[in-house]
Design a protein around this ligand. Structure first.
Ligand code: FAD
Length: 419
């Protein structure tokens, strides 16, 4: 009998598995339908021996000391500040838009205060800013909006910015100084030996068993457990009862070039030309030295793995209906980007998982009363469902399967495959 079944070996599932095993001495089974741990953060060496991120470039940044300290138990870090250039009007200029972006694009020599005036003279009044177009045009005016944002957003979302929530571009800052870092967080660093190694260490606790190539729906009702942590898509959990929650997907095209450097910074954005939105060169992110270099371009797709929840009001309404079902479902914790239908950065998911753990730990403490004295209310508070019989033939069979496949220290697949 497992105390917890954790669905999904990304940050949401793996952090909870680690905390439950190491802090509450729980027996945890973590399953993932992919052939590897690490969720979307999974990295591996390609045929040329270059470390690449299978599900697109993942750059770690956070303002949370708690999150950074927690992860530091499982990895050393390599300091890295990401920089991005955008290909606009035949030039590569910094994005987020800053003083150098405008000066180079228009052949000007503006100072910071003059750039404030430049933006103010071009910004259109768009209050309240309801759409993504409102946000950008209201900040920098129509021309810069069209050069940097309109085409990129149409490619990325398959929708015009005027059809998308303000939240999509509200995240994109503009600067009136020369700061060309993509992120300004306090902690900006990459796991020194890669994300997969970090996840191997997260899941190395002897109380944790790992099953890969395993869909939750195939084992539900077969493997005995007390409580479920679910980090898969929330609509799938409820058999799409109210319909599918829409996602935007991506196709990743990897290429290895026979030269040491491909481009001047980690990522180059292409707002206006090409079907892809951006190209990332991994060696900037990882610091690896190699005579060749590997890059990935990202082509947005309507179909495929679920990557970005589509931020439209009707989708938020649909999610709320699933959330109401989730709130009524006892002994299941929904965590992570897919189970909460939110675009979350890695650090936000780690923070959410740590918070969920604290809630569980508080409830477990309340629930530690002798069984004979436990009232119905105590049990309800503990969130513990009736125990599942562990002595069935199916239970015994699965336990032995788990032992065979539990190789938390050696989970890199020899073959690759998408979920
Ligand atoms: C292209 C791209 C780039 C990104 N770049 C960054 C970045 O630079 N910095 C940053 O902070 N964040 C970035 N993110 C966000 C980051 O990927 C998420 O924050 C992170 O993946 C969230 O972790 P998670 O555990 O919630 O989900 P995931 O990592 O997706 O893990 C969920 C896991 O659940 C498994 N699963 C789902 N359903 C089932 C099932 N039924 N049975 C078994 N297993 C199941 C999946 O296979 C998956 O492995 C990026 C996202 C994308 C799409």
């Amino acid at each position: 009998m497992f105390d917890y079944l954790v669905v999904g070996a990304g940050f949401a599932g793996s952090v909870l598995a680690e905390r439950l095993a190491s802090q509450l001495d729980k027996r945890v089974l973590i399953v993932d339908r992919r052939p590897h741990i690490g969720g979307n953060m999974y990295d591996h060496h390609d045929d040329a021996g270059i470390l690449v991120h299978k599900y697109g470039p993942h750059i770690f940044h956070t303002n949370s000391r708690d999150v950074f300290d927690y992860l530091s138990q499982f990895t050393a870090w390599r300091s890295y500040e990401h920089r991005v250039l955008a290909s606009v009007d035949g030039q590569l200029v910094p994005i987020p838009i800053n003083l150098d972006t405008v000066n180079r694009l228009y052949g000007l020599r503006l100072s910071g205060p003059e750039l404030v005036e430049f933006f103010a003279a071009r910004a259109e009044v768009r209050t309240p800013a309801r759409t993504s177009e409102d946000v950008v045009v209201g900040k920098v005016g129509r021309e810069l909006y069209e050069k940097f944002f309109r085409g990129y957003t149409r490619k990325q979302w398959g929708l015009d910015p005027s059809e998308l929530d303000a939240s999509v571009t509200a995240r994109v800052p503009t600067r009136t100084n020369r700061d060309d870092r993509y992120f300004t967080d306090t902690y900006q660093a990459m796991p020194r030996h890669g994300y997969t190694r970090l996840f191997e260490r997260l899941l190395a606790h002897p109380n944790i068993s790992v099953m890969l190539n395993t869909d939750f729906h195939a084992i539900d009702g077969v493997i005995p457990y007390r409580t479920l942590i679910y980090s898969g898509p929330i609509d799938a959990f409820f058999d799409y009862r109210y319909g599918k929650l829409p996602y935007r997907s991506l196709e990743f095209r990897f290429e290895t070039l026979d030269r040491p450097v491909a481009q001047p910074v980690g990522t180059v954005n292409y707002p206006n030309e090409h079907p892809y939105t951006r190209i990332t060169e991994f060696k900037y992110l990882t610091g690896q030295e190699h005579a060749k270099t590997s890059i990935v371009s990202e082509i947005p797709r309507a179909e495929g793995d679920p990557y970005y929840p589509v931020p439209r009001p009707e989708n938020a309404t649909l999610y709320r209906r699933y959330k109401a079902l989730a709130d009524q479902t006892a002994a299941v914790h929904f965590v992570g980007r897919l189970a909460t239908y939110q675009y979350y950065n890695m650090d936000q998911v780690v923070a959410q998982a740590l918070k969920t753990f604290r809630d569980i730990a508080a409830r477990e403490t309340v629930a530690i009363v002798p069984r004979s004295n436990a009232t119905e209310a105590d049990l309800a508070r503990s969130g513990t469902p009736p125990s599942v019989d562990d002595t069935t033939a199916a239970g015994a069979r699965i336990r032995s399967t788990v032992r065979c496949r539990t190789v938390a220290g050696d989970t890199r697949p020899s073959g690759e495959g998408d979920e």
